[in-house]
Design a protein around this ligand. Sequence first.
Ligand code: NAD
Ligand code: DAU
Length: 373
Amino acid sequence: MDFKRNILITGGAGFIGSHVVRLFVNKYPDYRIINLDKLTYAGNLANLKDVEQKPNYAFVKADICDFGAMQETLRQYRVDGIIHLAAESHVDRSIKDPFIFARTNVLGTLTLLQAAKEYWESLPEGYEGKRFYHISTDEVYGALQMTCPEGKENPISAHKVYGDAFFHEYTKYNPHSPYSASKAGSDHFVRAFHDTYGMPTLVTNCSNNYGPYQFPEKLIPLFINNIRHRKPLPVYGKGENVRDWLYVEDHARAIDLIFHRGKTADTYNIGGFNEWKNIDIVKVVIRTVDRLLGRPEGADMDLITFVADRKGHDMRYAIDSTKLRDELGWEPSLQFEEGIEKTVRWYLDNQAWVDNVTSGDYQRYYEEMYAGK
Ligand code: NAD
Ligand code: DAU
């Protein structure tokens, strides 16, 4: 069967990638979607059970650092578009073991870029009709000051904000963690391939995502699971750090829009206009889990346990995504309260998924990481 487009999505078995694969497979039956994933601890094909039998879906198990495998996949599937999400994504892991972050995020991205360059340049039409879309993070911009610790109204957001500055597309890169340094490195390589070879690239920098299928090492799913089992909730430092939260399906919608209509060589920031202090998020999550489990609301507040701060912990992230709104008409569709309710419900209804991904090696790693906290 001939497809209108052949799109390679890397990291499609992970959290955000699985939502992007599902959206594209269902929305574009005339596109072939090739999900390429190494299936690390964070990659789980169970995330895609509902689409794996579709005729326009294919899976390739490969490491993005394997140049031969990248060349082979691009040629075999005649790939004309790449949405690159494969990465090591957890900041705490990058603090413990930075090398794997440099390998996957920097060298892996470079490997994929070089393979795409050689393949596309070998075709008669060259780069025409091609696109290399790299998914990055707001963490590359560094940390914003918390100039209004009590929070204040702000014209760009219906939600209260905790500072006067925001991350814009032109904000200078200033990464602090090995994770964000590796993502910054990969972003620079992507832009360099446009500037040097004319590859049609695009980069987006998104804020914190939440929703179904997120690995329970990240704040929201970890805490939902711990509350359910009445285990301590390790809040780093004083819990004052601020993140800007976006429901994962809204990120996937933005990726679809930008992949199709974003300007080549451009950058778009994607954010929820939704700043929260960690401690306030934790309280919302506790109340929601308690209510849905039929416990008195707030009964589990005693699980909050303040632990040593994350090393180099960025104080505040806040994205200004007005460019994306004004140019392409994207806005987050869900209010946070609604998104959290959906998310908590999903984790409580899918305990088997959580048990599966938190068993074995991961569980041992987790116990070691938090030993003594
Ligand atoms: P994730 O850790 O849930 O998934 C990463 C996926 O990449 C997994 O399926 C894993 O198996 C795969 N992978 C890892 N190394 C690989 C390799 N060498 N070769 C092939 N596949 C490999 O990550 P996520 O949270 O879904 O994030 C996806 C992307 O979005 C990342 O690039 C991340 O930097 C970026 N991002 C994440 C967030 C967030 O809040 N989660 C926000 C902004 C940007
Ligand atoms: O901003 C986008 C980034 O968001 C993505 O690029 C990363 O891939 C993603 O992991 C996420 O990074 P964070 O470090 O912000 O997410 P995490 O869920 O690990 O932590 C959110 C906040 O909660 C952060 O301030 C640290 C704090 N935290 C986290 C954990 C896991 C705790 O207080 N306790 C915890 O146990």
